[in-house]
Design a protein around this ligand. Sequence first.
Ligand SMILES: *Cc1c(COP(=O)(O)O)cnc(C)c1O
Length: 361
Amino acid sequence: MAVPPDLIERLVRPGIRALRAYHVPPATGLIKLDAMENPYPWPQALRAEWLEVLRAVELNRYPDPQGRALQSELRSAMGIGSGMDLLLGNGSDELIQMLALTLAAPGRKVLSVEPGFVMYRMIALFAGMDYVGVPLRADDFAVDLPAVLAALGRERPALTFLAYPNNPTGNLFDADAIDQIVAAAPGLVVVDEAYAPFTDASFLARLGDWPNLLVLRTVSKMGLAGLRLGYLVGPPEWINEIDKTRLPYNINVLTQASAAFALRHREVLEEQTGRIRAERARLYRALAEIDGVRPYPSEANFILLRLSSGRATPVFESLKRAGVLIKNLDGAHPLLIDCLRVTVGAPDENDAFIAALKASL
Ligand SMILES: *Cc1c(COP(=O)(O)O)cnc(C)c1O
């Protein structure tokens, strides 16, 4: 029996009805440079060793609820001191959701800068919080510090997110500006370091300098996107509260075993992310030489580029016809007009992208 539309209208929250589900475009047969994935596979010997580890995993048992063995691997891999606690999430997206669920109440707000990571706004809405986006500076996507400080005073957000480096712009915000934001914020400030493997900057060592700072990380961009594992680091008092919103056993046994294994062999991932950093420099130089293309400096594993007026969407479509999938950001935000975002791939993928881009211009 058909579901009557008025039943949907009556029951589904208006904010949800107005949404479109997070769209992932099909990429079969395409060179995939749209999702900030690490393009490099593991050496065969390492794969074989990993499969031996999985052989011992007991699928009939629930996972360790806190993922303690994995937490200790993360601590030593990332140099996290004993004064701070960790909380694991099914991707850092789940941790963003736990943060919102912990603080949500009618009229409470989430603040971030824009253009930024879309999940901050989406999850605020899911949790019934209001969202405030403060525009970045138009010329270089830097934080507009006076505007953010004014918004903190006016909106009094319970939760502020800053991606460092920022997605989709790729730049690092000024660390002094972030200091001032954390000091002025009436609520929690989460510095989202999803792109930590591609920059030397971090606020991890600054944890404890303020009572309201947390750092969010993920293993996705370093080369383990398929595992879905994020971690939140901060003072035990906060982690203890946020942990109450975690669904039981949120990190499955295969992820716990595989991530712990990968972190024990992190030199392989570090070598790969090092190659991606070198490729990023080469790709940037190649883009900067093309007439009508303006790449923005990036500390992440992607590059934002602006084309001449009206060219972004036709070029995006032409790249796709040529077998290269990137991200079209034209129309995503007023500051991203004529912009595309390309993930740094393997050298041959980047070459194919550059060739297809030149051909389409
Ligand atoms: C990709 C990304 C994430 C999400 O990472 P997952 O751990 O894969 O959920 C979080 N924050 C930013 C800024 C990102 O770009």
